[in-house]
Design a protein around this ligand. Structure first.
Ligand SMILES: [Zn+2]
Length: 568
């Protein structure tokens, strides 16, 4: 009797553990790339709850199948670990889904026509907000240019009663109409008054009579932007949902959000409590919200045990962008000798924040585009690491963009353990004109140095800087491995020795992106025990010829073992 009981108990125990091992979902029937070097591909994956139970061959996966197991047959398609957008602006993405998208506009006339359409649909006095224009991508230059930019008269003529605010593709300048300037009172203020308002790090472009032309650079944008009415909570919730949907549609399962303020963070927490998260967010606190950063440094990092919302980084800006010549260079711009760009913050503050961040376990992620900015930031990080040796080893501080680096500074990334978070798609969009800003020598030796950084041992986190570029990871993957524009120019690619291999590009969107957020042990590759986040593509991104990559479509996006998007 006693024995029988023991045997029954044992039997129960065995069947219990066996039951526990049964998969909720099995995915098979296609090529599955794992981002694991030792076993780069597998035939099948079994999922239990939100995690991967097994990754291996068709035969072995059978053990995990029960009558309740759901099966996804890939039908020959390709699956990878879920893609991570390694540097984007989550709310910016949501807003861009809601506002006038001017990214594809071919010239000033087309931009104006788009605004005219929006005005026709708007109520008098409503703000028309848009973004994404870039004067260097236009097929013809407007007749009147001041400092390389168009002037507002044509824009103002199509929207006399609605204020218009159009952000530059880089986000570092805005183009506004007369009505917006009238509301902001910009015309009435003296130059001296305005400069006082602006402080450092901003410019209102004026014609030779001193009239503002409608272009507001860097901090000057806020003179106008502060008059745009604040969003209601309903609008913000809509922005959140639109951003989530856009990520899923594009195969993005995780998102590194490069700068969040208090209000938006509160909204995220509320949406999380309401169970509205469908992809995972890694938050960088906006460094300009000093009170928020201070509060978090005292309270410490927030790592979500369910992995939806993690707050453990701070975002700083050390300079602007190349397009608006705001990037901070060691030598003057090749196409405007009187300027070398400018810093957007005191380097002493970078050091101070870095020290505090190390002590409280936060990662620092600093925007740096120009070679001067990159060097200054590496210098500050290095001083902070030396001062806090105990915390330095796994600090994983990042430089966001790291677009133009002096050759001497390239090996310093790996040496210091600093992660370059680089957006390969910027090469496709910007390289054709960036050479005007930097000249040939600097472009060749120091711009978009992916392979040199990888060879030196750095982990590259890839991404799009959405909404600066569309969030589409396929275009970015194409840029990473071809170094061409999206039109396939030039043949062979720009500085081809700096291309990533397909495997490196995949890693930069998966495992290395996870590393950039201290998450390589829970995601970024297809291995038992990791989160079941996957992206299914219409064709094999790893083997199709270069010129076919852009034809790839996202067919399905799974997050936490659930299908969250399926292409109809
Ligand atoms: Zn950004």
């Amino acid at each position: 009797m006693k024995y029988l009981c023991l045997i029954t108990c044992l039997g129960l125990l065995i069947s219990c553990t066996e039951k526990k091992q049964m998969a909720d979902l099995i995915i098979r029937g296609g090529k599955i790339y794992t981002s694991v070097e030792a076993s780069p591909t597998v035939e099948a994956v079994a999922v239990k709850g939100d995690k991967i139970l097994f990754a291996g061959n068709e035969q072995e996966v059978e053990k995990f199948k029960s009558a309740q197991t759901q099966i996804i047959d890939l039908q020959g398609k390709t699956m990878t670990p879920g893609f991570t957008e390694g540097h984007g602006h989550f709310f910016g993405l949501g807003y861009s889904e809601m506002s006038l998208d001017l990214a594809g506009t071919k010239n000033y006339e087309e931009l104006t026509a788009r605004v005219k359409e929006a005005v026709a649909k708007a109520k008098p006095g409503d703000w028309i907000v848009g973004r994404g224009w870039h004067q260097d991508r236009w097929d013809k230059k407007p007749k009147k240019l001041v400092k390389g930019f168009q002037t507002h008269e044509l824009l103002s003529s199509v929207s006399p009663d609605n204020p218009v605010f159009l952000s530059h593709a880089s986000g570092h300048a805005a183009f506004v109409n007369a009505k917006a300037m009238e509301i902001a009172g910009v015309n009435q203020l003296s130059k001296e008054q305005l400069q006082k308002d602006l402080g450092e790090g901003g410019e209102i472009i004026r014609d030779n009579l001193g009239n503002p032309t409608g272009i507001f650079v860097e901090h000057a944008q806020s003179l106008i932007a502060k008059h745009i009415p604040e969003d209601t909570e309903e609008t913000l919730a809509k922005v959140f949902d639109l951003a989530m949907a856009a990520c899923l549609r594009n195969g993005i399962t995780s998102f590194h959000d490069a700068g969040i303020d208090r209000d938006n963070l509160l909204l995220l927490k509320k949406r999380k409590t309401e169970g509205k998260f469908k992809i995972r967010l890694y938050e960088m606190l906006s460094g300009s919200d000093r009170a928020l950063v201070k509060e978090y440094f005292q309270k410490g990092i927030e790592v979500d045990s369910a992995h939806w919302l993690t707050v453990r980084a701070v975002k700083l800006y050390s300079d602007g962008a190349l397009g608006s010549r705001g990037a901070w260079l060691l030598q003057p711009y090749s196409d405007r000798h009187e300027t070398s760009g400018m810093p957007l913050m005191e380097m002493d503050s970078v050091l101070k924040i870095s020290n505090l961040a190390l002590a409280s376990g936060f990662q620092v992620c600093t925007h740096a585009i120009g070679d001067r900015a990159n060097r200054e930031i590496l210098d500050r990080y290095e001083i902070a690491f030396k001062k806090n040796p105990g915390h330095a080893a796994n600090a994983r501080f990042r430089i966001e963009h790291a677009q133009h680096i002096d050759p001497h500074d390239i090996p310093r990334f790996a040496k210091l353990g600093v992660i370059p978070a680089m957006q390969a798609i910027h090469l496709s969009s910007d390289r054709p004109w960036a050479i005007d800003r930097l000249g040939e020598k600097r472009i060749k030796e120091g711009a978009y140095m992916w392979q040199s950084l990888l060879k030196s041992g750095a982990h590259i986190v890839n991404g799009t800087d959405v909404p600066v570029e569309p969030i589409n990871p396929i275009a970015c993957f194409f840029a990473s491995v071809t170094r061409q524009t999206l039109k396939g120019q030039p043949v062979g690619g720009y500085e081809p020795e700096e291309k990533m291999t397909r495997a490196q590009a995949l890693k930069s969107y998966t495992l290395d992106a996870a590393y950039g957020a201290f998450e390589e042990n829970i995601k970024g590759s297809i291995e038992a025990g990791k989160l079941a986040d996957f992206t299914v593509f219409s064709q094999d991104l790893m083997t199709v010829p270069d010129e076919k990559i852009l034809l790839t479509e996202v067919l399905m996006t799974l997050v936490g073992g659930k299908v969250r998007y399926e292409k109809k």
